[in-house]
Write a protein that binds this ligand. Structure first.
Ligand SMILES: Nc1ncnc2c1ncn2[C@@H]1O[C@H](COP(=O)(O)OP(=O)(O)OP(=O)(O)O)[C@@H](O)[C@H]1O
Ligand SMILES: [Mg+2]
Length: 236
């Protein structure tokens, strides 16, 4: 459904090229949950930015539903059904919450539907539906509204980079419940055990390469081993 073939991302850092990602091959299946994990700097955010088209690969291909999307722009990929939730939520000044959700789902929703999206992310609809998206909303509220927008958008592929950031006061249980309920192919960058546990497949990146793929129980020993080695490796 979504395939990554021999994907590499090199940057020119002074004298020589630095591989941020090297020769990544992945096959994401419809409706499954994938969690990308690995040490800081292993290339997780770079990988999801390449999938969304925020960055362009130096080598390799990205194929979505048999179409080569490697050279498509972010909005073209979004139009095909790939959605990306930003690590820092975006504010759309002047819009109300209900307008944002209607735009995301591309239709006028009735009160009950909007209420359903908001209650799933732990917000009481009557308090938020007519709120303006402005700096009076807290970071956590904005993050939840962004998640409600993801639900309303109903994309075929949903990508999240560290979605737990900024929602400390809200239990992970709710977040993991949302991921499990999404019908999409879901790709989540995370370090959190509770999120790793719900993955159909965990992809462990180390030094820009795929080290292991499997259920969390199989990958766990590799995630927690050799922390000093990883740091030494990254520092050359
Ligand atoms: N344009 C660039 N030039 C040089 N180095 C870069 C560039 N972009 C990314 N990097 C480096 O590539 C590595 C991977 O970055 P990336 O943001 O993908 O890591 P990450 O796995 O998401 O880490 P974290 O867990 O800290 O979010 C880092 O060492 C980063 O400093
Ligand atoms: Mg990152």
């Amino acid at each position: 459904m979504l395939k990554i073939k021999n994907l590499s991302y090199l940057v020119n850092s002074g004298d020589d090229d630095k591989d941020i990602l090297r020769n990544i091959n992945l096959d994401f299946l419809k409706g499954k949950i994938y969690v990308i994990t690995g040490p800081n700097g292993s290339g997780k955010s770079t990988l999801v930015k390449l999938i969304m088209g925020i960055l362009s690969p130096t080598e390799g291909k990205i194929v979505f539903n048999d179409k080569d999307i490697t050279n498509l722009k972010i909005n073209e990929r979004a139009g095909l059904g790939i959605a990306y939730a930003f690590q820092q939520p975006v504010t759309f000044k002047g819009l109300k919450v209900k307008e944002l959700l209607n735009i995301a789902s591309n239709k006028e929703n009735d009160f009950n539907t909007l209420c359903d999206y908001l209650s799933k992310v732990g917000l009481c609809a009557k308090d938020y539906i007519n709120r303006s998206l402005d700096d009076k909303l807290s970071g956590g509220e904005l993050k939840r509204i962004e998640l409600a927008m993801v639900l309303a958008r109903n994309a075929e592929v949903n990508i999240f980079d560290e979605p737990e950031a900024g929602i400390d006061l809200w239990s992970f249980e709710n977040l993991t419940k949302i991921f499990k309920e999404l019908k999409s192919t879901t790709i989540i960058v995370s370090h959190q055990t509770k999120i790793l546990e719900i993955a159909d497949s965990v992809i462990l990146l180390k030094n820009g390469r795929v080290e292991k793929i499997g259920k969390y129980s199989e990958i766990k020993p590799y995630i927690h081993s050799d922390t000093c080695g990883k740091l030494r490796g990254e520092n050359g």
